[in-house]
Design a binder for this molecule. Sequence first.
Ligand code: F6P
Length: 316
Amino acid sequence: MKKIGLLCSGGDAPGINCYIRWIINNAPNYDLDICLIEEGFKGLYENKFIKTDFQKIEYSYYNGGTIIKTSRFCEFKNKKIQEVCVNNLLANNIDTLIVVGGNGSYLAKNIIKNYNIRTIGIPETIDNNVENTNFSLGFMTAVETVANSIKALKESAESHGRCYIIEIMGDKSGDLTKIASISAKADICSTPEEKLSFEQITYKVLELISKGKKSIIIAITEKMHNSYEELINLIHNKTKLLVRPYILGFIQRGGSPTALERYFAANLALVTLKFIKNFKDSGDIGIEGINNYSITSNKNKQIINLKNSDFFDLIK
Ligand code: F6P
């Protein structure tokens, strides 16, 4: 059986354990053996290949996080460290590496590719900002988590007649803020793509109050402001509303993956296996739609429309 390395890197997101479960379970049907590497590129550097614990993988299926751990490994920029990583792969008879991660992890993946290792990218981040895909693994669940948080904050804000500012992750992408805000009916939304100044936000608050609104939820993507102090004072001075900021934080990265997330994970695993088995190039697997996936290889994007027979492949 051909050995394939798999690691996840960067921020965790719900759905990684599902992807691992599906790929480990289905790999033997493609005559492939998936070798798990703990703690991302740091683990690869430290040669942390781990024994597959099938029971642990089954039990982790509905859980967030990643059973094979992840890391942000800035030292990877160092050429000597890259060479050790590549040598560790080759010493373990592995010339193909699956990297589950976001933008930063894809940069590291592309460096490994330059050492003639075949690489496969699996988009995974709550930020939904990975190249060559419409959606990344973990994003759907994070939308659910954030929307539920906004809904809960609304209940409190309405009870007290307050204004809450909720800061949402996403790095430079406003997808998570925008979709969760619409879904949970936040009153005002500011994202990197549609950034509102504090004056504009305050103006909108005043408009809403003039229309009879007694409580306000303002959703803002992280990293756009150093502090909300000025905004809090502006709104409070003009409306007398009590204004409280709320940084949602890392709970956005956790939680049980939604059913749709698990479905995406299964199909990403299926497309990965078919791609490794039938082609020779490196490539990034993408989620285009519920039943449509893609493989981007050498800048060419090939759309894979999954058929019923593919689903039976998964569960055979
Ligand atoms: O993984 C994505 C993300 O959660 C971003 O939304 C956030 O900006 C960043 O990671 C936080 O990174 P760290 O886990 O290193 O604090």
